[in-house]
Design a binder for this molecule. Structure first.
Ligand code: HEM
Length: 463
C-alpha cells in the first residue's frame, strides 16, 4: 500500500471516530461545501479577522511582561537616558519590554501595527458594505453587530495605547478625563468613578488593563462569532452578473479553493504585520518619556482612528452653553455629541434608508454604487467630513510643514469641514448619474470580460 491511501484511510478513520462520538459530519460537509463569491472586496472582513488573531497572539505575549500599575519605581533598564528616573511600573515594564525582553520590541510593534491595520480593515469593510447596499434586509442585523464591533475596536485601541503611561498616552487620558467630565449632570461623578479620583488618579491603568485584555477582547470575539454565524446562515451577497440571481450564490467552494485563498491571505496579513513591526518604528515611548501632568509632547497625535475626534476638538470654536445654572463645557459638543450622533446614524442607516426608499424587500444581489447616486453621495459626504476632521487632528504639524500659521490653517479647515463635504457629495451624485446614463451595452460587455478564466471552477449554490 502506498503512503497516500494509508494516510487517507487514517484521516477517514479519525473523522468517523469523531463523528461516532460527537456527530457533526453533515455540518462539516455542508460547511466545507459553502460557496464564497470571488470578488476581492469580500476578503476585507477577513483581513480584519486575521488582524484580530495577530492581536490576541501578540497581546498574550505582552501580558507576560507588562505590569499594569501606577506605583512609582526607579528605572534601571538598558535605555541609558532614563536611568535613575522615577517612573510608573507600567511605563517601566513597557520600556523594558522594548529594550530588555528578547523580541519584545518586535512583538510590541507588531501588536500596535495590527491594531492600526485592524481598524483600517474594519472601516474599509464597512465602506464596501455601505456603498454596495449589503446592509439591506436581511443583513441589517449583521450591520448592527458590525457597528458594535467598530465601537468596541476603537475603544479597545484607545484603552491599549493608554496603558504604557508615557507622555503621549497620558495626554490622551487627560483629554478623555475632561471629555467624560463634560457630560451634563453625570460627568463629574462618572469621571471620578472611572478614573478612581481626581486626575491623575491611581487606578486608571489597572482598570484599562482589565478592559483592554479581557472585557473588550471577549466582547469582540463573541461578536465576531455572531457576525460570522450570520454570514454563514444568511449566505453572502454577490454582485449582479451572468448566472447570478437573488436565489443563488456563484463562486468557489470553501474546500479546497477558497480555504487556500483565505489561508494565503492569513499568511500575507501576518507577513505584512511582521514586516511593519520589524522595520517601521511605532510608538517609541522611551523617546516621549514618562507621563507628567505638567508637560505635554510636541506634535502629539493619537492613533489614526482617534484622529477624527482629535480634529473635531481642535476645530470646534470656543463655545459653551450656559442654561438654568448649568454649564455644558466646550468639549461636550465635538467629543460626545458628534461621535454620539455619528454612531447613532450608523446604527440607524439601514432603517433610515428603508424608510426613505420604501424598499422593504430582501436583497442578496448588491448595488453598484453608481446606481444609487443618493446613497453614494451621502457616503462620500460623510467620508469627506471625517477626512477633514482627521487632517485637522494634526493641524499643528501640517502648519509647520506648510510654513503657515496654525490659526490661519484652523480657520481654513473650519470652512472646509462645512463646505467640502457638500461639494464632494454634489459632484459624486452627478458623477454617478453620468455613469449610470452611460452605455448599458458597454457595461454588460465589461461584466463579461471581468470573468476571470483562470479562476477556480465556479459553482453555484441555491440559498
Ligand atoms: C472586527 C470587525 C469585523 C470583522 C472581523 C468582520 C468580518 C466579516 C467577514 C469575514 C465577513 C464575510 C466576508 C465579507 O463579506 O467581507 C463579513 C461580512 C459582513 N460584515 Fe463584517 N466584520 C467586521 C466588522 C463589520 C462592520 C464594522 C460592519 C458594518 C457596520 C460589518 C458588516 C458586515 C455585513 C453586513 C456582512 C455581510 C456582507 C455580505 O454578505 O455581503 N462588519 N464580516
Amino acid at each position: 500500500m502506498t503512503d497516500r491511501p494509508r494516510h487517507r484511510l487514517a484521516t477517514r478513520r479519525l473523522a468517523e471516530a469523531v463523528d461516532e462520538r460527537v456527530g457533526g459530519a453533515r455540518f462539516v460537509r455542508e460547511a466545507l461545501g459553502k460557496v464564497f463569491p470571488d470578488h476581492f472586496s469580500f476578503m476585507l472582513g477577513e483581513v480584519a479577522l486575521y488582524c484580530f488573531v495577530v492581536l490576541v497572539v501578540t497581546g498574550t505575549f505582552l501580558c507576560f511582561f507588562f505590569e499594569p500599575s501606577q506605583r512609582t519605581v526607579t528605572y534601571d533598564g538598558s535605555y541609558a537616558p532614563l536611568q535613575g528616573q522615577q517612573v510608573s511600573a507600567a511605563y517601566d515594564s513597557a520600556v523594558r519590554l522594548s529594550w530588555d525582553v528578547r523580541a519584545g520590541l518586535l512583538v510590541r510593534q507588531v501588536h500596535h501595527w495590527a491594531a492600526l491595520v485592524f481598524l483600517a480593515a474594519i472601516v474599509v469593510h464597512l465602506a464596501r458594505i455601505f456603498f454596495t447596499g449589503a446592509f439591506r434586509k436581511p443583513r441589517d442585523l449583521n450591520w448592527i453587530v458590525g457597528v458594535t464591533l467598530l465601537v468596541a475596536a476603537i475603544g479597545n485601541g484607545f484603552a491599549g495605547y493608554s496603558l504604557a503611561d508615557d507622555l503621549l498616552s497620558g495626554t490622551g487620558l487627560r483629554i478623555m478625563f475632561s471629555i467624560v467630565e463634560s457630560v451634563p449632570f453625570v460627568g463629574d461623578t462618572a469621571a471620578f468613578w472611572i478614573f478612581g479620583g481626581e486626575y491623575p488618579a491611581d487606578d486608571i491603568i489597572g482598570r484599562l488593563f482589565v478592559v483592554h485584555i479581557l472585557v473588550l477582547p471577549a466582547l469582540i470575539a463573541a461578536l465576531i462569532g455572531v457576525h460570522l454565524a450570520l454570514v454563514v446562515r444568511q449566505k453572502h451577497t454577490q454582485f449582479p452578473g451572468p448566472g447570478r440571481t437573488e436565489e443563488n450564490v456563484v463562486g468557489t467552494h470553501l474546500w479546497p479553493a477558497y480555504a487556500a485563498k483565505s489561508i494565503s491571505l492569513l499568511l500575507a496579513v501576518v507577513g505584512v504585520l511582521l514586516l511593519l513591526g520589524g522595520l517601521v518604528q511605532i510608538n517609541p515611548i522611551w523617546i516621549y518619556g514618562p507621563y507628567d501632568p505638567a508637560a505635554v509632547t510636541t506634535a502629539a497625535q493619537p492613533d489614526w482612528y482617534m484622529g477624527w475626534l482629535e480634529g473635531a476638538l481642535r476645530l470646534f470654536p470656543a463655545w459653551e452653553l450656559r442654561a438654568f445654572g448649568h454649564t455644558v463645557p466646550n468639549q461636550f459638543f465635538p467629543a460626545v455629541l458628534m461621535p454620539g450622533l455619528t454612531f447613532a446614524l450608523l446604527y440607524a442607516w439601514p432603517f433610515l434608508e428603508r424608510r426613505a426608499t420604501g424598499d422593504h424587500e430582501v436583497h442578496h444581489l448588491l448595488d453598484s454604487p453608481r446606481d444609487r447616486p443618493v446613497r453614494t453621495a451621502i457616503g462620500a459626504t460623510a467620508l469627506t467630513f471625517y477626512g477633514v476632521l482627521f487632517v485637522a487632528g494634526s493641524q499643528d504639524v501640517l502648519a509647520v510643514e506648510l510654513g503657515v500659521s496654525v490659526n490661519g490653517l484652523t480657520w481654513v479647515l473650519r470652512v472646509l469641514v462645512l463646505v467640502l463635504p457638500i461639494v464632494v457629495g454634489l459632484l459624486v451624485h452627478r458623477w454617478c448619474r453620468d455613469l449610470a446614463r452611460g452605455d448599458a451595452a458597454e457595461a454588460e460587455a465589461e461584466a463579461e470580460l471581468a470573468i476571470d478564466e483562470r479562476a477556480p471552477r465556479r459553482v453555484s449554490a441555491s440559498r
